[in-house]
Design a protein around this ligand. Structure first.
Ligand SMILES: Cc1cc2nc3c(=O)[nH]c(=O)nc-3n(C[C@H](O)[C@H](O)[C@H](O)COP(=O)(O)OP(=O)(O)OC[C@H]3O[C@@H](n4cnc5c(N)ncnc54)[C@H](O)[C@@H]3O)c2cc1C
Length: 398
């Protein structure tokens, strides 16, 4: 039996197929098809899978990026740690991949080891939840909602793995994981030990954390949450759009499944739920973060808005603590003239949401970055604000 056949067979167990079915369309699902279809040199080390010169594009929701020198897939914490140690001991660059839904990988690929984290583990004890890093986030949310628990129901539909949720403090529709995460269990590449990091030491903020700030240090293995038993009701709805769609007031609670369904429906309408048939979802979700401005920056921005769009126009403004104001990146992009569907090449703005840059099929990472740079320059020229990318870039920058 050839090495690649052995690798393919190792993936073809029943449990794995059940997982693939649930994950069709996800990067993990595509990973399996990638394994099944590849003829590049590969080998099987116990249960750890390894490929050489392995395409990374199928592991990302953009479907972009060149190959990795080596792709290792780990299905247990021990395998993750062993692969990380091996890379660190040999001084090999390491790229961690979960669902690939927040990654922009350069066309030249990654010269080093790409480690696909495919660990499994869902443990619910009362209101306490522990997820292995490789669990599919949106499936885990569905299971907590099925159990009647509140706390993450508005984060339904966010692609990717549980282990990546603390990295950028995933958030949507009025919830962020920083409010329910109690601890993150991680492998510390500096001390070479497994550590338990309490919420207070995660430095969570808007789409940021100590993990994102220091990406070479921690490999998330498990994430622990404390959910709420509100008798089958959701948490208080903090997002006006969700409350409106449900016909209730912000702050009200609704049956938790109703909240999840409503969020999924709202997200689908914006191309924010993965659908392999819909190029509007071949994205990383929001490509830019919402700018947070100081008082002086906001005053200057306000003046630019009035000058450009007229005296009566008020830009979106939300309090962001310590005299700061958050405005909307989607609004800035739209008002700078980049409307839904903008672009004529294979990379365009989504037809459903101005904040998502998308691959229409056949794009390269350079096409995507050219579009992103055009948007950044246009918004800067119109409003004096420089947008910052939300996804993590690998081997490239804006
Ligand atoms: C259609 C769409 C909608 C989206 N909507 C939202 C949204 O509403 N809100 C939101 O916040 N995000 C959203 N995103 C972005 C993305 O889904 C999230 O950031 C998600 O948490 C990324 O998870 P992932 O497993 O795909 O991470 P990946 O893309 O695989 O990795 C992202 C980063 O995390 C690192 N990483 C991954 N796993 C680990 C680990 N175990 N330990 C340490 N580092 C790790 C990677 O190295 C990389 O730097 C959306 C994306 C898409 C495509």
């Amino acid at each position: 039996m050839s090495a690649s056949t052995a690798a393919t067979r190792a993936w073809s167990g029943e449990a794995w197929h059940a997982r693939v079915d649930r994950r069709k369309g996800s990067a993990h699902g595509r990973a399996v098809r990638l394994w099944a279809g590849l003829s590049v040199a590969s080998r099987t080390l116990g249960r750890v899978q390894e490929l050489h010169d392995a395409p990374l594009a199928p592991l990302t929701t953009f479907r972009l990026g060149g190959p990795a020198t080596r792709l290792v897939t780990a299905t247990t914490d021990a395998e993750v740690i062993a692969a990380v140690r091996e890379a660190d001991d040999s001084g090999t660059p390491l790229l961690l991949i979960g669902g690939g839904s927040n990654l922009v990988i350069g066309d030249k690929g990654f010269a080093g080891t790409a480690l696909l984290i495919a660990t499994k583990g869902f443990a619910l004890d009362g209101t306490r939840l522990e997820l292995a890093a490789g669990e599919v986030w949106t499936d885990a949310v569905a299971r907590t909602v099925e159990a009647g628990l509140a706390g993450v129901e508005c984060l339904a539909g966010i692609p990717g793995s549980a282990g990546a949720t603390p990295i950028q403090n995933v958030g949507a529709y009025g919830q962020e994981v920083s409010t329910t995460i109690t601890e993150v269990v991680a492998y510390d590449r500096v001390t070479r030990e497994t550590v338990t990091i309490p919420n207070a030491e995660c430095a969570f903020s808007y789409r940021h954390s100590r993990f994102k700030a220091d990406p070479e240090r921690f490999v998330v293995l498990r994430v622990r949450f404390e959910l709420e038993d509100a008798g089958g009701l959701s948490g208080p709805l903090r997002y006006a759009e969700t409350a409106r769609a449900l016909g209730v007031e912000p702050g009200d609670r609704v049956p938790v499944e109703k909240a999840r369904e409503t969020v999924l429906k709202l997200r689908s309408g914006k191309g924010m739920v993965l659908d392999p048939e819909d190029h509007d979802t071949w994205s990383a979700g929001s490509f830019f973060t919402n700018p947070i401005l100081t008082e002086e920056e906001f005053a200057a921005f306000h003046a630019r808005v009035r000058e450009r769009l007229g005296e009566g126009v008020e830009p979106p403004a939300y309090p962001a603590g310590q005299g700061h104001t958050k405005t909307s990146a989607a609004w800035l992009i739209d008002k700078a003239g980049f409307t839904k569907g903008y672009g004529s090449g294979p990379a365009r703005i989504s037809g459903k949401h101005t904040l998502a840059l998308t691959n229409r099929g056949g794009a390269t990472t350079e096409d995507l970055l050219a579009l992103a740079r055009e948007v950044v320059a246009g918004v800067r020229e119109a409003f004096g604000i420089t947008l910052v990318n939300e996804p993590v870039t690998v081997g490239v920058s804006l």
